[in-house]
Design a protein around this ligand. Structure first.
Ligand code: SAM
Length: 204
C-alpha cells in the first residue's frame, strides 16, 4: 500500500492541504478537463447527481451548471474539504467513504468522481458502490491520474498514491458491471497532455 491510499493518512493529508488546495488544484485540473468529465456523465436537466471525493467543490460547481445544487449530493472523507466546498454552493454534503456510500440503491442519474480514486485502498469497491447507487441507464465517470511513463518517476509516484493505467481502469469498470465504456486521456497542458484518464460507463 502506498503512503496516501490509506484512509486515515489521506484524511490527515487533506486536513492540512485543504488550506492551499484551491491554489494548487488548477495546476493539475483545468476547466476543460472538468467540462469533459461533466459531458461524459450525460447530466440532463433536473438530474440527481452524486459526486464522490468532492474536495473543495471545483467539479461540483461544474455539475451545478447542469442541474440545480439541491439535486447534487457530495461525499468526502475530510471535514476541512467539505467545509470549504459548503461555502461555495448549496449542494448536499456528506462526510463519508467512497467504499461505503451512505445512500440507497439506484437513487442517482449520474455519479462522478474526479481525482479521488487514487486515495481509495480498494478502487473496485468504490466504483462498485457508485454503480450500486446509480439508476439503470445512468453514467458513472471517474477521472484518475495515469501511471507515469518514466520508470523512475513512476516508482516515486507509486510510493505516494495509486496511479492506475488506462487498462486497469477499464478492467475495474468491466468488473463493476459497467457497459458502453468510453475514455479519453487528457491533461492541462501540451507537455502533460495525457496526465489523466477520464472514463465513463453505463449502468445496465
Ligand atoms: C484531489 S481532491 C478532490 C478533487 C475534487 N473532486 C475537485 O473537483 O477538485 C481528493 C479528495 O478525495 C477525498 N478522499 C480521499 N479518499 C476518500 C475516500 N475514501 N472517500 C471519500 N473521499 C475521499 C479527499 O478528502 C479529497 O478531498
Amino acid at each position: 500500500m502506498a503512503l496516501l491510499d490509506h484512509k486515515d493518512r489521506a484524511r490527515n493529508f487533506y486536513k492540512y492541504f485543504s488550506r492551499i488546495y484551491d491554489y494548487i488544484n488548477p495546476i493539475f485540473y483545468s476547466e476543460k478537463m472538468r467540462e469533459k468529465v461533466i459531458e461524459m456523465a450525460e447530466i440532463h436537466e433536473g438530474a440527481f447527481v452524486l459526486e464522490v471525493g468532492c474536495g473543495t467543490g471545483f467539479t461540483t460547481i461544474g455539475i451545478a451548471k447542469k442541474t440545480s445544487p439541491e439535486r447534487i449530493s457530495c461525499v468526502d472523507l475530510t471535514p476541512e474539504q467539505i467545509k470549504r466546498a459548503k461555502k461555495k454552493l448549496n449542494a448536499n454534503f456528506f462526510l463519508g467513504d467512497a467504499e461505503n456510500l451512505p445512500f440507497k440503491e439506484k437513487v442517482f442519474d449520474s455519479a462522478i468522481s474526479a481525482g479521488s480514486i487514487e486515495y481509495w485502498p480498494d478502487p473496485l469497491k468504490g466504483i462498485s458502490e457508485m454503480v450500486r447507487v446509480t439508476k439503470n441507464g445512468g453514467r458513472v465517470v471517474i477521472l484518475a491520474p495515469r501511471s507515469p511513463k518514466n520508470p523512475v518517476i513512476r516508482k516515486v509516484a507509486e510510493k505516494i498514491m495509486l496511479f492506475p493505467s488506462t487498462e486497469q481502469c477499464i478492467d475495474w469498470f468491466e468488473k463493476a458491471g459497467l457497459k458502453e465504456i468510453e475514455y479519453v486521456e487528457m491533461g492541462p497542458y501540451k507537455v502533460w497532455s495525457k496526465l489523466v484518464v477520464i472514463i465513463s460507463g453505463r449502468v445496465p
